[in-house]
Design a protein around this ligand. Sequence first.
Ligand SMILES: C[S@@+](CC[C@H](N)C(=O)[O-])C[C@H]1O[C@@H](n2cnc3c(N)ncnc32)[C@H](O)[C@@H]1O
Length: 272
Amino acid sequence: MLYGRLAAGRTAAYRSQIQAWTSRCSEGLFGPRRCHRRNAGVHTRCASQLDSRTAEVHKDEAEVQSSVQALSQMQPIMQQGRKMTAVAQAAWAGFVRTGDVVVDATCGNGLDSLWLARAVGRSGKLYAFDIQADAVSTTRHLLHEHSSEHPDDAQDFEVVQACHSNLKEHVREPPQLVCFNLGFLPGGDRDIITRPGTSVAAVQAALDIVRPDGLVSVLAYTGHPGGREEYEAVRALGTRQDPARLTVFEQCIANRPTAPVLLLFLKRSPGQ
Ligand SMILES: C[S@@+](CC[C@H](N)C(=O)[O-])C[C@H]1O[C@@H](n2cnc3c(N)ncnc32)[C@H](O)[C@@H]1O
């Protein structure tokens, strides 16, 4: 909500900046170029100033608008007070399109994989990883069953029993989304758990291969032994990132301290 308010505030600020700049030219935001064509002598200076400024504002405005749009998709879910897994999926929805390549780095019982299989559709591709044989076979079974009943959803999936820190060895196309749901398998062996060293290595590998404008999403749990250290290690990786290359958002439920924390790493396009 805080991010939403900030973004909306920035939008209003940019709008008033645009209005202030464009009021200098009677033809509005796109006026300078037209003015320039009609009367180059009078408007050349105005045009060059406004062209660079409006380009900059357009870029910022577009970025703010897309954040606002993504956050507005999350708002109904946040208002319902639902789980952070639903908040994470709402964030993914703003990034994943039909035909995308996506990676579930911790497939567990396959629920996130199933969501992704629906989101990328028939032409998409899903890679799923888990170190546990049971998790891999549950996810594989779920995806096979789903794909045979839903031919419009992903038919191309690879479920790999491997540590996600090795994902570069298996993922052959740059993915649009790599998601991690850290911790242990619900209803499974609580000693088989993601660990800070391999989680950080895996998130770094995901950041290396994710497409520009793509997303790496990490849901980190702080309530179990070792969970807080793991969250802090992944967050520290986030704080070290160059903001020109990546924007790292953090979402938490402030009045539910044991709820997982969502870290979203947005890779920027070159030149953006
Ligand atoms: C919270 S569960 C994931 C839940 C899953 N996303 C779902 O929708 O059911 C975390 C999973 O991470 C797996 N895991 C633990 N260490 C891993 C590693 N190094 N590489 C890949 N998976 C790992 C666990 O076996 C467990 O199934």
